[in-house]
Design a protein around this ligand. Structure first.
Ligand SMILES: Cc1cc2nc3c(=O)[nH]c(=O)nc-3n(C[C@H](O)[C@H](O)[C@H](O)COP(=O)(O)O)c2cc1C
Length: 340
């Protein structure tokens, strides 16, 4: 149903992607998603302005990639000034590690007030000229290093400013190598239902440009993935919230699309995967910070496991791996895996 796609010089064999999610699409989780069949996993958004003011070090934790383990990598930037993007791209591409990134992704969809009030994220949909200038300048800068640029946006800023089709038609002329559309207006944040029809009309409007189109929003399983692909004729799909704590979703969807069977992970598999991600997160940063930052993911991994609401509340008080382990063992029995 889906074929390999080409984003600039990068070939992606499985067009089922992990959508960027702040606090979730961290390096440990992206590695796990790749192992479970995701074709592309993008980092969470990083401020291009912050890179201009502070260099790479302050934002490094958000952009950290592991090209050997991940294979294909994509770093997402947000901002409102083209100069911030060209500077950030140049710094990234000149860095020994980050310079190995495969793709630069630009966020034109974030609806969070802190981002929108600076004219960045989804606010760029209200300012198509600035959006085009950012895309064009970024493509030009990234091309010096042989890196393709993609954009992730929404179906519009608001239903009243329903300019998604015009917006992407214009943007597609900037030289970008791929476009992802989340089927909600910015003002909807994450409420309501993703509008597949508007995604489809945006897809149609840029058919002649021949760049991969990625559809996103409310894909939670095989049938919803199939529906999105059929209705939008997208070249790829990306999964956000349904992948949190559920990296198996990439196998589930890919199997469904080719008619193969799929076995859901057991509770033990999910606890073990959570434990692995937690340990990897702890190896990259301060243990207490990692344990606290993993709280959302802990909940997602345990969702649906019998009695997990009590365990999830208890885990939210844990500050160390040993405390996490003790809570898990108290509720689910001795764990059969050791702390690395
Ligand atoms: C907690 C959270 C964080 C997100 N962070 C980002 C981000 O950093 N960059 C981005 O482009 N989109 C971000 N998104 C939006 C998702 O990539 C995706 O577009 C949205 O969740 C819809 O897809 P879904 O229905 O599969 O979740 C975020 C979404 C959530 C729920």
């Amino acid at each position: 149903m889906l074929n390999p796609i080409q984003i600039g010089n990068i070939t992606i064999s499985n067009p089922v992607f992990l959508a960027p999610m702040a606090g979730t699409s961290t390096l440990p989780f992206r590695k796990i998603c790749y192992e479970h069949g995701a074709g592309l996993c993008t980092t969470e958004l990083t401020s291009a302005r912050s890179i201009l003011y502070n260099g790479l070090s302050k934002s490094f934790r958000y952009m950290r990639i592991d090209p050997k383990a991940e294979g294909i990598t994509s770093i997402q930037l947000f901002g409102s000034e083209k100069e911030d993007f060209t500077n950030a791209i140049s710094q990234i591409c000149n860095d020994e590690l980050l310079g190995q990134v495969s793709i630069i992704d630009i966020n034109m969809g974030c609806p969070v007030p802190k981002v929108v009030k600076t004219g960045a994220g989804c606010a760029l949909m209200k300012n198509p000229k600035a959006a085009f200038d950012i895309a064009y300048a970024s493509v030009k800068e990234a091309s010096k290093y042989g890196k393709p640029v993609t954009i992730k946006t929404r179906i519009g800023y608001s239903q009243e400013k329903d300019n998604g089709v015009e917006f992407v038609k214009h943007l597609a002329q900037s030289g970008i190598a791929g476009l992802c559309v989340h089927g909600r207006y910015g003002t909807q944040m994450y409420h309501g239902v993703a509008n597949v029809e508007v995604i489809a009309s945006m897809r149609k409007s840029i058919c002649d440009v021949k760049i991969p189109f990625i559809a996103n929003g409310d894909i939670t399983d095989g049938p919803s993935a199939k529906n999105m692909i059929e209705k939008t004729e997208a070249d790829a799909i990306s999964i956000g919230r349904a992948a949190a704590g559920n990296p198996w979703i990439f196998q589930e969807i890919s199997s469904f699309l080719v008619g193969d069977s799929y076995t859901k992970p057991s509770s033990g598999d999910r606890i073990a995967m959570f434990w692995r991600e937690l340990n990897e997160a702890c190896s990259l940063q301060d243990e207490t910070v990692a344990v606290k930052e993993m709280r959302g993911q802990m909940s997602s991994y345990l969702k649906g496991i019998v009695g997990s609401s009590k365990v999830r509340s208890a885990l939210c008080t844990a500050l160390t791996r040993d405390q996490v382990r003790a809570i898990l063992e108290e509720n689910y029995g001795k764990m059969s895996f050791d702390k690395p």
